[in-house]
Design a protein around this ligand. Structure first.
Ligand code: FAD
Length: 304
């Protein structure tokens, strides 16, 4: 069992220990592979609910995602979740990927449409024989493998291609109707956006967990560019906190941990009890934030 201490000392009653999960990306080089495995070794004792491994744009990491997932299964007791998108492949190819995952023991897939093959901002065109939407992919997986749990995406600021929140939540509803049982949000930094989105989703009668996706920004400039392209707004107050730190990685790290820790603690105060961390394959900040949430490595002693 994860050892927990009360997460907040502000007079609130002690809350249930939060559930956490971690996202990794498949490493490109041996050096990156070594670093990922150090990260996994450091984070595994926090007993995450699951760890997910992304699928590169256009299916570019198909084999590397599979290899990473297979290694997690064979060398750890963690529960892996494989990301999979509809992009650039016929249904039969996607079905084969799912079948291979099922054969090695994977029972959780994060099913996505994927970004347009021409890049974010260009019109999306699916493979002519492919799954046209994420909801079709969810249905395809669940029909053939009812024992595979399927998670999907959710967008507190709506997806950049969506005409509005209604259309966005229509898609979420279609994915739930197709068998998705959990949504993980796109990264966000303003908790009010998450709570407003949650209100909209619940008002539509969608009851699945909408797990907040939290990204500690190790490298603010790089992260800001990346998340902005994906439709996430970065509040000015956050940019101000990183001002003047371009050449000071150590201080940036402390600032990033403080901001993300503040975000999760505020979410926690408002009853959120599940968090998905975009780790960027690094352990330090996520470990520290988990610690602040009261999560201790398995086997560690709780403070007296
Ligand atoms: P969907 O949920 O299917 O759609 C998102 C929204 O876009 C819908 O609400 C809908 O309103 C709108 N939309 C969809 N299609 C159209 C259309 N044709 N016309 C108009 N509007 C449309 N990408 C990867 O490549 N690999 C990954 O591993 C990966 N992991 C992710 C994990 C999470 C938790 C999240 C939030 C995103 C991830 N992505 C990943 C990014 C994702 O693939 C992109 O955001 C993609 O553009 C949408 O895929 P989706 O499944 O989220 O879309």
């Amino acid at each position: 069992m994860t050892e927990v201490t009360p997460p907040l000392s502000d007079g609130h009653r002690a809350l249930k220990s939060p559930d956490i999960s971690f996202e990794f990306f498949p490493p490109k080089t041996e050096e990156m592979e070594r670093s990922l495995w150090e990260t996994i070794k450091r984070l595994a004792p926090l007993l995450p609910n699951f760890v997910s491994v992304t699928y590169g744009a256009g299916g570019s990491t198909r084999e590397r995602t599979h290899a990473t997932i297979a290694r997690i299964l064979s060398e750890t007791t963690l529960t892996p979740a494989a990301h999979l998108t509809c992009v650039g492949a016929a249904r039969g190819e996607i079905d084969d990927i799912v079948c291979r995952y099922h054969d090695v023991g994977v029972r959780h897939i994060v099913a996505l449409r994927g970004d347009p093959p021409g890049g974010i901002g260009t019109p999306y065109s699916g493979h002519p024989q492919g799954y046209a939407t994420s909801a079709e992919l969810v249905a395809g997986i669940r029909k053939r493998y009812p024992d595979i749990e399927v998670s999907v995406s959710a967008y507190p600021e709506k997806h950049p291609e969506s005409s509005g929140f209604d259309a966005d939540i229509d898609m979420l509803e279609a994915k739930v109707d197709a068998g998705a049982t959990r949504a993980i949000t796109q990264v966000f930094f303003d908790n009010d956006l998450y709570f407003r989105y949650l209100d909209r989703v619940r008002a539509r009668g969608i009851a699945i967990p909408i797990v907040p996706g939290i990204m500690p920004m190790h490298n603010f400039k790089q992260a800001r560019g990346f998340v902005t392209r994906a439709g996430t707004s970065v509040p000015d107050w956050i940019a101000e906190k990183f001002e003047g730190l371009d050449d000071d990685a150590e201080t940036r790290k402390l600032v990033a941990a403080t901001i993300a820790a503040g975000q999760v603690q505020k979410l926690r105060k408002h009853g959120v009890d599940t968090f998905h961390f975009y780790t960027m394959n690094r352990a330090d900040l996520v470990f520290a934030i988990s610690h602040l949430l009261g999560i201790r490595p398995h086997g560690a002693q709780k403070a007296a």
